[in-house]
Design a protein around this ligand. Structure first.
Ligand code: ZN
Length: 157
């Protein structure tokens, strides 16, 4: 299996069987995101404990395989991390999608970086970039409480 096939396999797996697709009980942060170009919708729920650690994260939503896989992978990777570390991972991922060739953060293990890299294929397709980044922008919004609802049409990529 080559790298491209491996990446596709991971996306298909997460797209078909999204992890953390549910609503966190007693969540204390949340935000919604909408990508009108494709019709993707996500609602991210976050439960931070007193040490600002992500005790639980989940999402509800519907959309294409890329958007669902991205939300699934993201929620899997940031669970158990501290708020500031989550922000670093989000920024690293968004920069990779925009311009970089890899994931630099030391906060993730190699197999976790591979999961993020499988979304790197969308770079060549601007419409798909919005699908892949929707849940990440929404997570940032939930943490910062910057906007209640993210609309990818208003986000510079
Ligand atoms: Zn989409």
């Amino acid at each position: 299996m080559n790298l491209k096939e491996l990446y596709q396999e991971i996306i298909l797996d997460h797209g078909k069987n999204p992890r953390n697709l549910r609503k966190t009980e007693n969540f204390n942060k949340d935000a919604k995101g909408h990508n009108p170009l494709c019709g993707d919708k996500v609602h991210i729920y976050l439960k931070l404990n007193e040490n600002k650690k992500v005790e639980d994260i989940s999402f509800e939503g519907e959309g294409c395989a890329i958007s669902m896989a991205s939300a699934s992978i993201m929620t899997d990777l940031v669970k158990g991390k501290e708020e500031n570390d989550v922000k670093e991972i989000v920024n690293d991922f968004l920069e990779m999608i925009k311009q970089k060739n890899g994931i630099d953060t030391k906060l993730l293990k190699d197999d976790e970086k591979t999961k993020l890299m499988c979304l790197s294929g969308v770079k060549q397709y601007p419409m798909r970039v919005k699908c892949a980044t929707l849940s990440w922008h929404t997570l940032t919004s939930a943490i910062d409480r910057s906007q209640n609802e993210i609309n990818t049409e208003n986000i510079e990529l």
